[in-house]
Design a protein around this ligand. Structure first.
Ligand code: GRF
Length: 199
């Protein structure tokens, strides 16, 4: 198939709500992204992201980490499934685990993550709350390549916004409203750059 019309095959990893997954899947459905989500990987069976995936007809690999001997063991199964569906770009979206060398080795340079702060500030699972409690006035979102460090890896894109209010719920909503278009646009740019194609 001609490269211009061929859809890039995305996998999305999530542990919970999955609103970023939905933003990506919707952009694929609308044609804003020349891509399709071929697999959702979820380490919490029953997480809401699984329901969202069903709505979009996207297959889910949901697993219980405790049922495997090690992280490497469940990642070997993930890699086999990613290879099986020809995934070209792995998008972490609220996947609450550090990846091991099994995943990083297999998909090196083709794994990205979204984080709700201006990295390297406020790494970790509670970035929005931590920034708010610190009294930050300029918030933002980062998309970065993934390595074996928590929220580490080279930064691909960032978007900042001012917030001087005092309502954490309002702030969180603003962060998410920045996340969705930034993730979709960044994936689009990576696809357009043509560096994801398996040789
Ligand atoms: C997002 O804020 C993302 O930046 C962070 O985890 C959250 C996931 O939200 N890594 P959702 O599951 O996509 O709704």
């Amino acid at each position: 198939m001609a490269e211009a019309t061929r859809k890039t095959r995305l996998a999305v990893f999530a542990s919970g709500n999955g609103s970023n997954f939905e933003a990506i899947a919707q952009a694929c459905a609308d044609g804003r992204l020349n891509a399709e989500v071929v697999l959702v990987v979820c380490d919490r069976p029953g997480a809401y992201v699984c329901e969202r995936a069903a709505k979009f007809g996207v297959p889910v690999f949901a697993f219980r980490p405790k049922e495997y001997a090690s992280k490497e063991a469940f990642e070997r199964e993930i890699v086999a499934r990613l290879d099986g569906c020809g995934a070209e770009l792995v998008c972490l979206a609220g996947y609450m685990r550090i990846l091991s060398d099994v995943m990083l080795g297999a998909y090196d340079g083709r794994i990205i993550n979204i984080h709700p702060s201006l990295l390297p500030a406020f790494k970790g699972a509670h970035a929005i709350r931590d920034a708010f409690e610190y009294g930050v006035k300029v918030y933002g979102v980062t998309i970065h390549y993934v390595n074996n460090e928590l929220d580490g890896g080279r930064i691909i894109a960032q978007r900042a916004f001012d917030y001087k209010g005092s309502d954490p719920d309002e702030l969180e909503a603003m962060v998410h409203a920045v996340e969705y278009p930034l993730y979709v646009e960044t994936i689009g740019e990576l696809i357009a750059g043509g560096r994801l194609l398996k040789q």
